[in-house]
Write a protein that binds this ligand. Structure first.
Ligand code: ADP
Ligand code: ZN
Ligand code: ZN
Length: 723
């Protein structure tokens, strides 16, 4: 529902004056629900006798601030999304429940004072139990750290209990006097001396505090961006202000969190998908009350109510996980910029492969553009080489060159990372006699074979079935996998390199809670020499002993119709390459392709990401594509193909000022889970034109006879046209 609802405030509820942001209980139909006051007026255009009254004012600790309410309204306005749903999606679930909320006071762990006996225990741990010792140190270096933080860092309850049983640590109520964290916030021990490049950036950010500005730190992986974030935060924290840090996937990269924990001895609140409802609310509250100095979280952390926010940092600003891809389709980075503007504070974006949008804003001087050209410390930049698959004997997707390089790397006692962005055993199976292909009926796409569990799974809708013993078409038993996924690569590698241990990291192998942390630990303990993985392995991990990275199949992205596919391919390639040779050992990156002469690949490999990006930006400018124009994508689907098409077409009958339509066209995945899907792109020269056009379209839709026969959704600034 797009509209708001009006209630009266009965006499007995009028004192103290009701405020914007208050949570109230209101009658809604036959139910009672939570409402949030977002506007008040002395007069009303409705028949007052019909306007219902607020039932209860909750008046607890959880009212929203005026600033948060207006920020959420801004977001709703920007995305033309129903304002109620924006509140719904951005608030912790418990705030939308009528039941009384009782939060137990936040608890934190402390180290006990060391006497001789305890010192002896700690010394013993240092020698015998490295994990427990690391946990002990994490706790001892803090004046109170929560179980949520420790858990996110990858420690287990068993380790915690072990330390507790030895009486080395104790749990206590967190002292939540707001802003008591100025003293001793900084652990000087591990603060690094900035390079002059870094120092310039830190002082530019320092000089811009307390007013809006946007900084891009453009620097290769390992160039010291995180160190710049850390040192930029010092002045903000010393000023009694809070810092919000957004990272793509915190659970995947506990190392980053660890750096923050080690540097600042301040209360840090976390916000990510690994928290339960109460933990989420606790984060929200500690942010609002100011007892948390730093909030670190994934995209939706942008909605936490930090009322003394002084700086926002977005790490890996190009990462597509910052964009929510269903219902309220917001971009965490863009909303963060909106928020910084609203609060008049600086925001820092960091990436080794900035998105073209951001890069364009930096190049035109809209953002402050900072580059870190060299890797910090001693390590060298990894070298990327193309391997022409047409010129090679290929066995199980591995070229002769690659196999040779893997052997050499293993002989030196170093690790190898093999990147293949396809999970499962094979992306299809077919009959070798009649060429029958196992396809999902609901999506018209091949089933992926998952051999270990003996299932065919549709990666688009999740449907699954047992692998048939014979071909349903001709009865032949010669059914074979087509193509290769990570599961198959893993088992092939076991055959080729029987003396080495192989680990696979993808969504399937890390489904179990805690499994990913365990596998990552095993990698850094060098239990495995060969690392096989999808996207998950490309993100933010530090593998100092990986000196060879291979991208097995880069070709898919070269021929996509989505103009963003090549941008994403380039980012992924550079990010994967960034995993190699982080320490002083030089790294090598091999990229296998059947199209090594493709101009995109050539440019990227020989001239680097920035040359590639400049080139692509020039092309986009000529083709009038974003970021030089502004797009919205209207998606529609229904059980019958004619409905969504007709629906979208009817909207294109009237021209819209300053806008052009592309479509309607069938979506790249025309059928998914039994629904037929169509796209209509609206493209405008200015954001204003786009905004006005969408308002017109929405009013057309509300009068459209098909609006209830199709399911439609609106995506402003879409980043993925494939679905
Ligand atoms: P990024 O965030 O760009 O990947 P990091 O800040 O993580 O880079 O730095 C990469 C490595 O270099 C880290 O191990 C870090 O400790 C080290 N490093 C960063 N800045 C410096 C510096 N000024 N002096 C020495 N080492 C540094
Ligand atoms: Zn057959
Ligand atoms: Zn399907």
């Amino acid at each position: 529902m797009r509209q708001l609802f009006t209630y009266q405030v009965a006499e007995e509820h009028q004192a103290p004056t009701i405020k914007v942001g208050e949570r109230v209980v209101v009658p809604f139909g036959s139910r009672k629900v939570i409402g949030i006051v977002i506007e008040q007026d002395a007069e009303c255009n409705f028949d007052v006798s019909k306007v219902k009254s607020i039932a209860t004012r909750l008046n607890d600790n959880f009212n929203l601030s005026q600033a948060l309410v207006s920020f959420l309204q801004l977001c709703a306005h920007y995305y033309h999304h129903p304002v109620g749903d924006v509140f719904q999606q951005s608030l912790p679930i418990l705030l939308r429940k009528i039941e009384n909320i009782t939060l137990t006071p936040p608890m934190v762990w402390h180290a006990q004072t060391l006497d001789d006996e305890r010192q002896a225990l700690v010394d013993k741990l240092a020698k015998k139990a490295s994990k427990q010792f690391a946990l002990y140190q994490a706790i001892a270096s803090h004046s109170g750290i929560s179980w949520v933080e420790l858990r996110t860092l990858g420690y287990s309850k068993a380790q915690l209990n072990a330390l507790h049983d030895k009486a080395l640590i104790i749990e206590d109520e967190q002292v939540t006097s707001a802003f008591a964290w100025q003293e001793d916030t900084l652990n000087q021990d591990n603060k690094l001396r900035l390079s002059s490049e870094q120092a310039v950036i830190v002082s530019a950010i320092d000089a811009s505090l307390a007013k809006f500005s946007c900084h891009l730190i453009d620097g290769v992986t390992g160039s010291g961006k995180t160190e710049v974030y850390l040192q930029s935060m010092e002045n903000v924290l010393a000023n009694n202000q809070q810092v919000l840090v957004i990272v793509p996937e915190i659970g995947l990269t506990p190392q980053t969190l660890n750096r923050f924990e080690q540097r600042f001895n301040v209360p840090i609140a976390l916000h990510h998908s690994g928290l339960n409802d109460k933990e989420r609310l606790a984060t929200w509250l500690s942010a609002q009350q100011g007892s948390a100095a730093i909030v670190i979280g994934t995209r939706s952390a942008i909605f936490t109510p930090l009322h003394r926010l002084g700086l926002i940092i977005i790490d890996e600003e190009h990462d597509s996980s910052l964009k929510q891809q269903d219902s309220f389709r917001y971009h965490g980075r863009d909303m963060a910029i909106l928020r910084a503007r609203q609060l008049d504070i600086p925001i820092v974006l960091g990436s080794a492969t900035p998105s073209f949008e951001t890069l364009q804003n930096a190049l035109t001087g809209k953002y402050n553009y900072h580059q870190l050209l060299n890797r910090a410390g001693k390590s060298n930049k990894a070298k990327i080489e193309l391997v022409d698959m047409n010129q090679q004997q290929v066995e199980f997707g591995l070229s002769g060159t690659l196999k040779h390089e893997i052997k050499q790397t293993l002989n030196r006692g170093e690790q190898v990372l093999l990147f293949l962005n396809r999970r499962g055993y094979a992306p299809a199976i077919n009959c070798q006699e009649c060429h029958w292909l196992a396809e999902c009926q609901r999506c018209d796409k091949p089933f992926t074979l998952h051999q270990k569990v003996g299932l065919l799974i549709c990666h688009h809708c999740g449907d699954q079935l047992r692998v048939p013993p014979q071909c349903p078409g001709c009865g032949s038993v010669r059914i074979a996998p087509l193509g290769q996924g990570t599961e198959q690569l893993e088992s092939r590698l076991e055959e080729i390199f029987p003396d080495n241990s192989i680990v696979r990291i993808d969504r399937d192998s890390t489904r179990k809670k805690g499994e990913l942390a365990k596998l990552l630990q095993e990698i850094s303990d060098k239990k495995h020499q060969l690392l096989v993985g999808t996207q998950m392995l490309a993100k933010g991990h530090h593998f100092p002993d990986v000196t060879l990275v291979a991208v097995l199949d880069v070709d898919g992205a070269l021929f996509s119709f989505d103009f963003r596919a090549s941008e994403q391919m380039a980012q992924l390639l550079i990010q994967v390459a960034g995993r190699a040779g982080r320490a002083s050992k030089p790294g090598k990156v091999l990229v296998q392709s059947n199209y090594v002469d493709h101009p995109l690949l050539q440019d990227l490999v020989h001239n680097g990401y920035h040359h590639f990006a400049h080139q692509a930006l020039t092309e986009r400018k000529q083709a009038l594509l974003p970021p030089f124009t502004f797009q919205a994508l209207l998606r529609a689907d229904a059980n019958y193909p004619s409905y969504p098409e007709k629906f979208l077409r009817s909207l294109t009958m009237q021209p819209l000022d300053g806008c052009e339509f592309a479509g309607p066209v069938p979506a790249a995945m025309e059928k998914k889970a039994g629904k037929f899907r169509y796209h209509l792109i609206i493209q405008a020269k200015s954001r204003k034109d786009l905004h006005r056009a969408i308002l017109q379209l929405l009013s057309l839709i509300s009068n459209n006879e098909l609006q209830n026969k199709v399911r439609w959704s609106l995506d402003i600034d879409p980043i993925d046209l494939n679905w």
